[in-house]
Write a protein that binds this ligand. Structure first.
Ligand SMILES: Cc1ncc(COP(=O)(O)O)c(C=O)c1O
Ligand SMILES: N[C@@H](CCCC[NH3+])C(=O)O
Length: 457
């Protein structure tokens, strides 16, 4: 029976089928969610998200405790941030990593203390930096040489000492797509550890950045940061990056006499998007990374640093699904004589840009009912004026899928709502949280009045 077997990855733990075969999230039938909140809607399984946050924190704490080192886990808010989500992850013992003044404001509104917030960005504005300094953030991750002086000058003006990390690039090319790899040389983030990386002398840009921070009394150098990419399923890149960062830390100590206390290896932990895909296992990766950090530190004769990570997708991605209503169905005969069913839903690239931007693959299931009809090749498409407006490239759906059916697309919790747009002036969908049989709105649906209110005529 097509659509009857929903459970396990890529679905959140709270997803099941009721006796009638309809999908439920944490005990709430999707038809009830659709009726109450409309579609499209992002649905977040709160317990699942909290469990993933705890699992990452516990896995890394336990793995590094073996070597006597402490750990901080920062939730990367860029994946999805709302006041409730910031509060949940903080309650689960995580800190919050922000990448803009907007994300910082949401974390602060949630009551996360400044000391538990980090600020990232390759081109932070003066206003964002002032906001961060005023909030007393626990760390600002400096991304360029220009920014060293910018942060120091603003800290001096504010009369504070800014705690900073320096973001370096290790040359590791990891991640699911070129646009989400961030530590190879030919991209915009961070300071290269390759000597003469920008052809301006024998010190690497990373070493120059670290020395420049040490030279400014308005800055306190916490440590070195490296983020190698996103949706990483081959964990070997983390170990290579860890070794490179620890070597740089030892080189800096030799050069300046300062052994920095902290190392951050960023986020990037890959998740399952399709049935049969396997996410990175938090316990496994934590143990591997801890052993390799410990081995590098021992080889270099340096004590272990305090260690931090910044997972985003792995916490919120699998906890979310998107609920759509089918509007039209069109069979198309393909060159190879197969038929593909184009199933149009009431959202599309404005609520999930990832298929168009990265060629990302998703799964979908008939959610409001099950069907005995034979499964047929289908493509789930949106309602935008683009033929590339595809939600799911290829999926088997029952042949009788029809207007009014609800479809659920799993694993959309990360980089769905946070990258949503108003293309074609669609209103962005709500984010609904479900827990213990109860649903509530975290972020309401935009209205046309919201859009018109921005338009000054
Ligand atoms: C610096 C930094 N930290 C953390 C993340 C979060 O990554 P992910 O959601 O893949 O865990 C990103 C995004 O790739 C990032 O750029
Ligand atoms: N937005 C990306 C990941 C980039 C993460 C930020 N460096 C995605 O949807 O996969």
């Amino acid at each position: 029976m097509a659509g009857a077997g929903t459970c396990g990855e890529p679905w959140s733990r709270g997803v099941a089928r009721d006796e009638a075969g309809a999908l439920t999230v944490a005990g709430v039938p999707v038809a009830e969610l659709a009726e109450r909140f409309g579609t499209p809607a992002y649905v977040l399984d709160e317990d699942d998200l909290r469990e993933r946050a705890r699992a990452y924190r516990r896995a890394f704490e336990a793995a590094f405790a073996e070597f006597g080192a402490g750990v901080d886990v920062y939730y990367a808010g860029k994946a999805f941030l709302s006041v409730a989500v910031a509060r949940w992850v903080h309650e689960e013992g995580l800190r919050v990593d922000t990448a803009s003044g907007g994300e910082l404001a949401v974390a602060l509104r949630a009551g996360v203390p400044g000391a538990d917030i980090g600020l990232h960005g390759n081109n932070k504005s003066d206003d964002e930096l002032r906001q961060a300094l005023a909030a007393g953030v626990g760390r600002i991750i400096v991304d360029s040489l220009v920014e060293v002086d910018r942060v120091a000058d603003l800290a001096a003006a504010a009369g504070v000492v800014a705690p900073v990390m320096v973001r370096v690039t290790t040359g590791v090319h990891a991640g699911g797509h070129e646009f989400i790899s961030t530590a190879h040389e030919d991209q915009k983030f961070g300071l290269s550890i390759a000597a003469g990386g920008d052809e301006q002398g024998s010190d690497s840009p990373a070493m120059r950045g670290l020395l420049a921070v040490l030279a400014r009394p308005e800055l306190r150098l916490l440590g070195i940061h490296s983020h190698i990419g996103s949706q990483i399923l081959d964990p070997s890149g983390f170990e290579v990056a860890a070794a490179a960062v620890l070597r740089l830390r030892a080189d800096l100590a030799e050069r300046s006499g300062v052994l920095v206390a902290e190392v951050d290896l960023g986020g990037g932990y890959g998740i399952a998007y399709l049935p049969g895909e396997v996410a990175l296992d938090a316990d496994r990766i934590a143990k591997d990374v801890a052993s390799s950090v410990a081995a590098s530190a021992a080889e270099l004769g340096t004590p272990l640093p305090r260690f931090s990570i910044e997972p985003g997708r792995a916490i919120v991605g699998p906890a979310g699904l998107t609920l759509y209503t089918v509007g039209t169905v069109k069979p198309v005969r393909l060159d190879d004589d197969r038929t593909r069913l184009y199933v149009s839903v009431d959202g599309g690239m404005s609520d999930n840009i990832r298929p168009a931007l990265y060629g990302a693959r998703y799964h979908a299931e008939l959610a409001s009912r099950t069907s005995d009809a034979e499964p047929v090749l289908a493509r789930v498409v949106g309602k935008h004026c683009e033929s590339g407006d595809i939600v799911v490239h290829e999926v088997d759906l029952p042949a009788d899928v029809r207007a009014g059916d609800l479809l659920a697309v799993p694993a959309t919790g990360a980089y769905g709502r946070s990258m949503a747009s108003n293309y074609n002036l669609l209103t962005r969908p709500p984010v609904v949280a479900v827990r213990g049989g109860q649903a509530r709105t975290l972020v309401r649906r935009e209205t046309v009045d919201d859009l018109l209110a921005l338009d000054q005529g």
